[in-house]
Design a binder for this molecule. Structure first.
Ligand code: BEZ
Length: 240
């Protein structure tokens, strides 16, 4: 029996192609969820090249996407981010914006944002022209648009884990009071065994998780507690 080397090479190529296709399919369809590692990347930004994990260091991070430069809703969102610089700094939280336009476009747009929103944008905006970050973080939702990102917000803890994700369509500007409130809740609940109730704001009572046995409550929550139902118990915010 004669061996056909051409057939062998073709079969091998086909196997490799199938393996690569499966790998790509997995990357594109795998969704990023709470508790997952936040993928690292290197990117060109308006503040120079960054390695995402290095840039975060020991800070909390917010990575959020914008459908395009020179668009009205995004202009107001980036302006608000700049205006809230002190609020993010107080929370030791770094903010990184993503837009798939290039650096020249970003620099021109930043001038407009500063002028129209009366601010100074000095946080990095990624020029994600190859859509690397948008793809890693699934910021393009093909049934909304095949090319523009939706408004994704990823909250990332200092150990580089995804802690919360919120997503809006391009037509709905995000609420930055809510974004700061989520950071406050994430930081508090990372440090103390509590949960935050509906519309919670810093300083208000928090919830004792149901897993905590009633006989342990007094010693674990020395500031006191209120029992509304056996599963609904409040305690003052532990770090206030
Ligand atoms: C905006 O940022 O203003 C915007 C972007 C895409 C669609 C609609 C609005």
């Amino acid at each position: 029996m004669s061996i056909n080397p051409g057939k062998f090479v073709l079969e091998r190529q086909l196997q490799l192609w199938q393996a690569v296709s499966m790998y790509n399919l997995k990357i594109y369809t795998m969704s990023l969820r709470i508790g997952d590692d936040a993928p690292n990347f290197k990117a060109q930004t308006t503040e120079g090249e960054i390695d995402f994990h290095q840039w975060l260091g020991n800070s909390w991070g917010i990575l959020y996407s914008h459908p395009a430069d020179y668009t009205p809703v995004c202009t107001t969102e980036l302006g608000r981010t700049a205006q809230l610089k002190e609020d993010f700094a107080k929370r030791k939280t770094k903010v990184l914006a993503v837009s798939v336009d290039d650096l020249d476009s970003h620099f021109g747009w930043v001038k407009d944002i500063n002028e129209t929103q009366n601010c100074n944008v000095d946080f990095p905006i990624i020029a994600d022209t190859d859509k690397n970050v948008a793809t890693l973080y699934q910021m393009i939702h093909p049934n909304a648009s095949t090319s523009a990102t939706v408004r994704s917000v990823y909250f990332i803890s200092p150990d580089k884990k995804v802690q919360a994700i919120i997503t809006y369509p391009a037509s709905t500007g995000r609420n930055f009071t809510e974004i700061l409130r989520v950071v406050d809740s994430l930081k508090l609940t990372a440090e103390h065994n509590v949960a935050t109730p509906v519309d919670w704001k810093v300083g208000q009572d928090v919830i004792i998780p149901p897993a905590v046995k009633q006989e342990e409550v007094e010693s674990k929550y020395p500031k006191g507690h209120r029992v509304i139902k056996p599963y609904l118990r409040y305690t003052p915010q532990p770090d206030k």
